[in-house]
Design a protein around this ligand. Sequence first.
Ligand code: AMP
Length: 282
Amino acid sequence: MEIIRDVPEMQRRVTALREQGKVIGFVPTMGFLHDGHLSLFRAARLENQILAISIFVNPTQFDRPEDLETYPVDLEGDLAKAREEGVDLVFIPAREDMYPHGYSTFVEVEGLTRRWEGTYRPGHFRGVATVVAKLFQVVKPHRTYFGQKDYQQARIVQHMVRDLDMNIEVVVLPTVREPDGLAMSSRNANLTADERRQAPMLHRALCWAGDRVKSGERDAQVLVEGMERMIQEGTSAAVDYVGLCHPESLEPLEKVEGPAVALLAVRFSKARLIDNVMINVP
Ligand code: AMP
């Protein structure tokens, strides 16, 4: 496994591999790796000759400085996991190399970024789209892998790749969960023991909505209010949003009459968590 920190060196390395005809799969991460990340590595490992990952806690996507400061880090642990999964290239750029003095170019995906996370984390998706576009420029992958856990992010990356003719296949893979249903997230490390016990309620609420749709409920307001009530009664978290949206447009639904996504974001004392599930009308 090669660990590369230098941007031009990474570019030279992947260009040489592409010239040899190697197919490159790429998983961008912010580190503190867990089984959710590893599921992406495994899929990419199977489908590509070269598996490249990046570990970069991207400052431009953090809307609150305290979130950036408390973001967990474990580089040694991450490298051990990457090695075990057969990663070929680990790209670990320095902040000042990704955003040198005077950096001033940003990618804005309109529309899809407006709602949900976009409302509660101003500038977040501008930072995500920008860093992902930059990482694609450096790593030059044929395929890239994202988790459904960050549903809106995955849709935005797909949209950016299409709009900017990036010629990269974006693969979106299911959310990996703890045995009690909590979506794996690096941020779970910042939950207190009490909050960790409450946190599975998020997934339970999303699944409850799916079950209600299966039993015939179509009114989004009824479903949203039910999910909110479960979270308010079962956790100490503050709700940023709970909603049902169209899987493509991400626009909120009034009636659930076709495929939908139930999604939410809540704030515990030191961790903001998001989750979602796909809902299908029988
Ligand atoms: P992050 O390190 O949080 O930026 O995540 C890197 C990638 O891993 C993103 O594409 C995430 O959507 C994905 N990911 C994070 N958590 C999970 C999970 N529990 N299951 C599947 N993918 C995940």
